[in-house]
Design a protein around this ligand. Structure first.
Ligand code: COA
Length: 243
């Protein structure tokens, strides 16, 4: 894979590490990062060596402070149009990743940073994490899924509060409302994500993928269809295991 300018991609012991790497501007998301993430996610989804992916941010201050406002405010309209088109793909790609994706979240997790975190299957926050959706305060709405993904994670009331007031919440509150799975000291953030990744890797690859698929696809279905989906996936897994 070519070296990237805004993201570091590494692979080790069946784990893919995706590091947002613009620490001087709090890892804000720009067009180049979008294009590089797109390439990386396409490679990961077809890479059978990758059993789990970990998404994290470089530097001390932020996982990602949102969209790059300098680009956002100066981009001519064709670029914005292109951005919108591509964004749909990249967020869909994030959400369709067959392998579990773990977010290791520290510092500011704002705007599209929060939306990327919401695409993760498991979220681990360090104690200094601050989550927020500043979009409404900027006269826009989230465009990378948060109006849909956030209520599915924290419920309608808390999602509305975060979307409509743009108030930030800290790591403890994020844990209390179910936005993150664990809160750990900053120094243990990556190690905790790696430990979780190792545990998942130790289990049957097919069982892990199908369990993820059942939850992700099932959440968009009525209960009866979701149960049917689960039965089909369980049968499929059983037939593969007994072949
Ligand atoms: N787009 C572009 N650059 C950004 C940015 C963004 N969204 N957020 C931060 N930066 C840049 C700053 O301009 C600054 O660059 P500089 O050193 O060249 O001046 C650098 O990142 C550090 O940010 P700074 O504001 O100095 O850090 P801080 O600790 O004082 O404040 C925040 C941190 C996150 C509270 C503040 O940067 C902020 O509110 N950012 C905007 C968040 C946002 O609205 N995101 C967009 C959502 S759509």
């Amino acid at each position: 894979m070519p070296p990237f300018q805004t993201v570091i991609y590494e692979k080790s012991e069946n784990v893919a590490y995706i590091t947002l790497n613009r620490p001087q501007v709090l890892n804000v998301y720009n067009l180049q990062m979008r294009d590089e993430l797109y390439q990386i996610l396409c490679a990961i989804k077809d890479d059978d060596e990758v059993k789990v992916a970990i998404l994290k941010g470089a530097g001390n201050k932020a996982f990602c402070a949102g969209a790059d406002l300098s680009e956002f405010l100066t981009a001519p309209s064709p670029i914005i149009a292109r951005r919108v088109r591509w964004e749909r793909d990249i967020w869909g790609l994030f959400l369709r990743l067959p392998q579990p994706l773990i977010g290791a979240l520290h510092g500011y997790i704002l705007g599209s940073g929060m939306e990327m975190a919401l695409c993760c299957d498991l979220r681990i926050a360090s104690e200094d994490a601050k989550f927020g959706l500043p979009e409404t305060g900027l006269g826009i709405i989230p465009a990378a899924g948060a109006t849909q993904t956030l209520p599915r994670v924290v419920g309608r009331a808390k999602a509305m509060e975060m979307l409509l007031t743009a108030d930030r919440i800290d790591a403890r509150e994020a844990y209390d409302v179910g936005l993150v799975n664990k809160v750990v000291p900053r120094a243990q953030l990556l190690a905790t994500a790696q430990e979780m990744a190792r545990e998942i890797i130790s289990y049957s690859h097919g069982a892990v993928r199908y369990a993820k698929q059942a939850v992700v696809r099932g959440l968009d279905l009525p209960l009866a269809e979701g149960l049917e989906l689960e039965r089909r996936l369980a049968d499929l897994l059983f037939s593969i295991r007994t072949q």
